[in-house]
Design a protein around this ligand. Sequence first.
Ligand code: ASP
Length: 324
Amino acid sequence: MFMNILAAIAALMLISGSAAGAQEYPTKVITMAVPFAAGGPTDTVARLIAGPMSKTLKQQVIVENVGGAGGTIAANRVAKAAADGYTLLIHHIGMSTAPALYRKLPYDAINDFEPIGLINEVPMTLVAKKDFPAKDLKELIAYVKANKDKVNYANAGLGAASHLCGMLFMTAIQTDVTTVPYNGTAPAMNDLLGGQVDFMCDQTTNTTSQIKAEKIKVYGVTTLKRVASLPKVPTLDEAGLKGFEVTVWHGLYAPKNTPKPVIDKLTKALQDALKDNNVKQRFGELGAEPVALDRATPEALRKHLKAEVDKWSPIIKKAGVYAD
Ligand code: ASP
């Protein structure tokens, strides 16, 4: 009996202690895990918002690159981290495709996280190395079909946006080519620039400057509307792949059961970052669109993630692509 009372008092102290901790939050550095390599598109978004978020939170938000397995290693790490607001995950559309792609995903994308808010939407571009023989989408399709045994496609692993886009492209043209997986599309872009791989599909946040400098070839954007920062580049839909559409979106997450006051502070910091002039300007230059502030909320991200899981799962199942 006495032991039970002691246990109850200890439990109460723990709860009120963590509530007090939540009120004081943050008292130390916050780590934002990026599921891909430094210098790539997700990393770029993370580093852009980390600065203004640090200002609002009055604590440094540092970015840690935890690449591998198409983004699932970072997501798993954050799913299992302490629910105290000091370990966060920034992830993109891959959060919604991994559940269908991995038969044994070690985390639950919907139930193991507290959503903080949506961040932005980013188009992708289908690009190739500079001396790739095809000059437009029509020629690219014909060339890939005729040379499927020697052409290769770079991506950031099963679960990356670059994987999804490549899978949709290969399904659309009914031709499979060899894929070369990287820890992120920053190293993939290096190899594309060096001519070691032939083509890939990647966010405008990583491809815009290389396209503008004509260091790579571009065949189209993956959104149904042209991208303001690349006005001359056609959409893949208008160039011949009718209905082809991938819009990458980023969201920010904390581990499940992170206290609500902590999530509220993080949501406010995210919203402040999206209002920041430098963030707005850089997003614009890189073709990314910040979400409206009422979508930079836990409810909007929860809803969007669920809708995207429901959208991509049947498409992936139909394509028959799986990892164990
Ligand atoms: N965004 C890239 C992809 O999903 C990965 C990265 O950010 O490096 O392919």
